[in-house]
Write a protein that binds this ligand. Structure first.
Ligand code: C2G
Length: 138
């Protein structure tokens, strides 16, 4: 049983997230996703549109995901790897080489997968905030 672990906020779930989860699952047999709690996000100056419970519920409905756990701090990752007997930590390419993940190579494999271009939660929020296109004047 090869266990894979990944971290993220997963707000406004979109196909970039899904493609990451699909490829992460393909690296093993069991995929654990640690999603940022609202408190952890607040500490990063981030506020997700959906709260933790909603983001957890949505991820649990994704066929590639076997378990969702809370990400409450930057420091919990070694404990997560040991507790869940993780073989591979997977992150999107924006984290490639990051101090936040490289040190985990002493405990497990760390794999960075290319991000899906053209979609992000930030972009979706921005575009949805645009005013409706002006109608044709009467
Ligand atoms: N992702 C992707 N393609 C996109 C958008 C996101 O592959 N177009 C990936 C990210 O690289 C990340 C995962 O999907 O691996 C979740 O993305 P976010 O929710 O934005 O996660 P992030 O804010 O990077 O949180 O401790 C680390 C943090 O929790 C990571």
């Amino acid at each position: 049983m090869k266990r894979v672990l990944t971290y993220g906020t997963y707000d406004l779930l979109h196909y970039g997230h899904i493609r990451l989860l699909k490829r992460a699952k393909a690296l093993g047999d069991y995929l654990i996703v640690a999603i940022s709690t609202d408190e952890f996000n607040a500490g990063k100056g981030k506020k997700a549109y959906h709260n933790y419970e909603t983001r957890k519920e949505m991820l649990e409905a994704v066929r590639y995901v076997d378990l969702v756990i809370p990400e409450e701090s930057w420091e919990q990752k070694i404990n997560d790897v040991l507790t869940y007997k993780v073989d591979v930590v997977v992150m999107g390419g924006d984290w490639r080489g990051s101090d936040r993940f490289e040190y985990l190579k002493d405990y497990c494999e760390v794999v960075y997968l290319d991000r899906t271009e053209g979609v992000s939660t930030t972009q979706i929020k921005k575009e949805l905030n645009l005013q409706e296109p002006p109608g044709i004047p009467d």
